[in-house]
Design a protein around this ligand. Sequence first.
Ligand code: FAD
Ligand code: NAI
Length: 467
Amino acid sequence: MANYDLIVIGTGPGGYVAAIRAAQLGLKTAVVEKRATHGGTCLNVGCIPSKALLFASEKFEEAGHSFASMGITVPAPKLDLAAMQAFKDKGVDGNVKGVEFLLKKNKVDAYHGVGKILAPGKVEVTAADGTQQVLETKNILIATGSDVAQLPGVTIDEEKVVSSTGALALKRVPGKLVVVGAGVIGLELGSVWRRLGAEVTVVEYLDRILPGMDGDVAKSFQRILQKQGFAFKLGTKVTGVDTKGKTLKVSVEPAAGGAAEVLEADVVLVAIGRVAYTGGLGLAEIGVETDKRGRVVVDHHYKSTVDGIYAIGDVIAGPMLAHKAEDEGVAVAELLAGKAGHVNYDVIPGVVYTFPEVASVGKTEEELKEAGIAYNVGKFPFTANGRAKVNNTTDGFVKFLADAATDKVLGCHIIGPEAGEMIHEVCVLMEFGGSSEDLARTCHAHPTRSEAVKEAAMAVEKRAIHM
Ligand code: FAD
Ligand code: NAI
């Protein structure tokens, strides 16, 4: 007889949420985690520490630049980086302890060590001191997440050539920071170090930033970041980093071919994506199929190619986002408990937590064009929003994309402070299959930035009032 109904390998946002939901539904559940603390990439070295540094560095910049315009005179702010890092660490500690508490509260057994699947129903756990035990279970859930993608020929030492993990723990502000990759990590962590004083150059292989986001949004956002001091080298690839001298020499050349150039840097951040992590799980031996990008292949119910073995989160296909992993965790637990778990992949918001923030849900214009779907656009700038004007934060806009025939909202894209909070009313609208008119007729409090969402919805039928 199996000891457990479910053993979850990995306690990131996917794994710990699945374990808690399974326990709530009466399944005898255990988790296996190789890190000393729970919470995975997100809580330990991802979402949570990055948002702490983004918050603190934004305050630092505000104190230095925007206070005076509001009539607040303060001495020039001084940076105590060690204290800022301690502020970040305290936030991480509170969050990871919170997960430990929740697992205990829900009577989920936690094993610390590396999990390996010996066979369906059998998980071997190897603790840090080498001791091993084999646990038995009806079902196994792989929630082992992802790891940093490596740039061929460039070795990450986490001091001078860093991944996001090293970039979150720098002990000194680099004079010159070269970021490889204009994706979410590059722009968020580039923002942190620029605000604290680094000169930031972002080298991106493609001819645009934030691939996958709406092109119009990416273009405007790039202009905003350039105004803040970011330098971009688009359509450019890094061919090597020479670490021998006092400063790093980063060799770059046009992606399409052409003259090479050398950039000097104190620190290089490699942020070119992440890859599914399945190291040490023993998947090949037991016949769990992975795709050509190393992700576990699953069906609509998150079942792998082997009965009794499931997978969710960054280790399977789809956006590598904590909330996607969490929702899949809830869905798989409900399915295992005989309920109807489900994730609506058409309504997963994505947020870049810079200043201003960028938030997006549903289709981009490029995707609609490619699918041949006729659509209407409603766009409203924050320069025409009363609250944004009075707070002197008018960069950005709200953009709706609605089906030309039915007016059903297909996508929404926002650049602006708090865009990551504002996007959720559109998520709810889309979850209910709503139209732009539904939102346009919903009363919004005045004066709020959310009125720009309403006005953009009104603009779909060219009836925005303040524009
Ligand atoms: P993970 O969080 O990676 O957790 C997997 C866990 O499994 C890890 O703890 C690992 O130690 C453990 N594990 C692996 N193999 C084994 C094994 N064999 N045995 C035992 N344990 C094992 N997403 C957002 O939505 N919003 C953000 O703001 C955001 N910011 C980010 C910032 C950074 C710098 C980074 C790197 C990522 C960020 N992400 C963000 C992405 C987010 O962190 C991931 O999408 C999310 O953590 C995926 O969750 P997961 O549960 O699938 O895997
Ligand atoms: P990313 O996929 O967002 O961006 C990587 C960028 O690097 C792309 O623009 C790509 O074109 C570029 N690139 C790839 N190879 C290159 C090369 N050789 N030279 C130059 N550029 C190259 O990946 P990123 O930023 O590393 O983030 C990884 C994951 O973490 C993402 O999937 C993201 O969803 C998640 N994340 C989410 C956050 C959020 O939700 N706010 C914050 C940080 C990370």
